[in-house]
Design a protein around this ligand. Structure first.
Ligand SMILES: *Cc1c(COP(=O)(O)O)cnc(C)c1O
Length: 395
């Protein structure tokens, strides 16, 4: 980073950081946009000089986007990896050893749950899952060997927002590392490090990339933690492909404006859904009816940006949800989230397919539950599409 931008760094807003963060101010004749550095290796320096190699994560473009992510999160350092799961698994593996214990929220992205519940025990690491809304559960789950607390907010697909304050206090009092997956929030709505979280991870596949055209992940935290994650990545190998990193840099340039539009569209849709007879419940942290509305209002940076994810339950149950999804014309039925196109999915077919209907219902995901990733289309067009699909859902 040039001296100029470093001096200005802390005072730049998120939009400016998304555009200028991590890079030197270009000089005469330089390309305005950092070029794609599609090279696996780099000319050697002298004896003892650092070896540059794209799997090590020190391709100059990887480094640039890592710095940009760090600036967006207010972190000392950042690293880009090959997927969200690469970021999550390399972070967890970097921070725990055989014999260590992890305490994690039970409301996690499915593959993260698989990592903690099925994969880590094979390496001698145990995890205790805690219902994130049970205030005292966190404390009683801790053991002598606990090293790490892991959680997400907002959660998928019920969009619960845990009160982070007490968990931050607990983690600090016990000297534990608190890791948070903030994929659903983005740094526009929540900067976890500012409230005492130690390490933040994202699936960059979602809002950070923002266009449904890349798979990537990021981690941000202290220099020493990020260096450990990079060393772990070196061994396991899930490095970020340069072309993906270039696309991610492009996505980050518009992150702030995009997420604000996602927030606005989602709020409008959530309020509109609340007034519809076909809809039994709407789950959106921006609605007063949401169980965590107060917590979310205090936690989220702007106090008025609650994210682009809206979930709702159709009173007609699973059949109505199938008809509704089948009738949508503009909103696409596809898994994933966080991009320009509005996407809809039913957790009973995707993230929660492995549970029985009764188990899902006990998690607050009855048949008829629909998850909507509100995109960047015109809100009026989305409302019209939702309206015609709701009207066909009953017939
Ligand atoms: C998608 C997602 C992941 C996994 O990310 P990939 O980029 O698909 O590996 C992890 N956490 C959350 C909350 C996600 O939505």
């Amino acid at each position: 980073m040039s001296r100029l931008s470093r001096a200005r760094g802390p005072r730049l807003g998120l939009s400016s950081l998304g555009i200028h963060g991590g890079s030197e101010a270009p000089g005469p004749g330089d390309p305005l946009v950092p070029p794609l550095i599609q090279s696996s290796t780099f000319m050697a320096g002298g004896p003892g000089d650092e070896v540059l190699y794209t799997r090590y994560g020190n391709n100059p473009l990887q480094l640039l986007v890592g710095r940009k992510v760090a600036e967006l999160e207010g972190a000392e350092a950042g690293l880009v990896l090959g997927s969200g799961m690469a970021a999550i698994s390399m972070t967890v593996l970097a921070l725990v050893r055989s014999g260590d214990h992890v305490v994690a929220s039970s409301h996690l992205y499915g593959t993260t749950l698989t990592l903690l519940r099925d994969e880590l025990p094979r390496r001698g690491i145990e995890t205790t899952l805690v219902d994130p809304s049970s205030g005292r559960g966190w404390r009683s789950a801790l053991r002598e060997s606990t090293r790490l607390i892991y959680l997400e907010a907002p959660t998928n697909p019920t969009l619960r927002v845990v009160d982070l304050g007490p968990i931050v206090e607990l983690a600090h009092a016990r000297g534990l590392t608190l890791v948070m997956d903030a994929t659903f929030a983005t740094p526009v709505n929540l900067r976890p490090l500012e409230i005492g979280v130690d390490v933040v991870v994202h699936s960059a596949t979602k809002y950070l990339g923002g266009h449904h055209d890349l798979v990537g992940g990021v981690v941000a935290g202290t220099r020493s933690v990020v260096d450990e994650v990079a060393e772990t990545m070196k061994v396991y190998g899930p490095a970020a492909d340069p072309h993906m990193v270039w696309l991610l840099d492009r996505g980050l340039r518009t992150l702030d404006v995009r997420v604000r539009r996602h927030n606005e569209n989602a709020m409008a849709i959530a309020r509109w859904l609340e007034g519809r007879d076909e809809v039994g419940a709407v789950l959106y942290p921006g609605l007063e009816s949401h169980p965590d509305h107060v917590v979310a209002s205090e936690l989220f940076r702007a106090g008025d940006g609650f994210g682009g994810m809206v979930s709702f339950v159709l009173s007609g149950g699973g059949k109505a949800a199938d008809r509704f999804v089948g009738a949508l014309e503009l909103v696409r039925a596809a898994p994933s989230l966080g991009g320009a196109t509005s996407l809809v999915s039913q957790p009973r077919y995707t993230s929660h397919v492995g549970l029985s209907a009764a188990e899902r219902a006990s998690w607050g995901i009855p048949d008829g539950f629909v998850r909507l990733s509100v995109g960047l289309e015109d809100a009026d067009d989305l409302l019209r599409d939702l309206e015609q699909a709701l009207e066909s859902s009953g017939t």
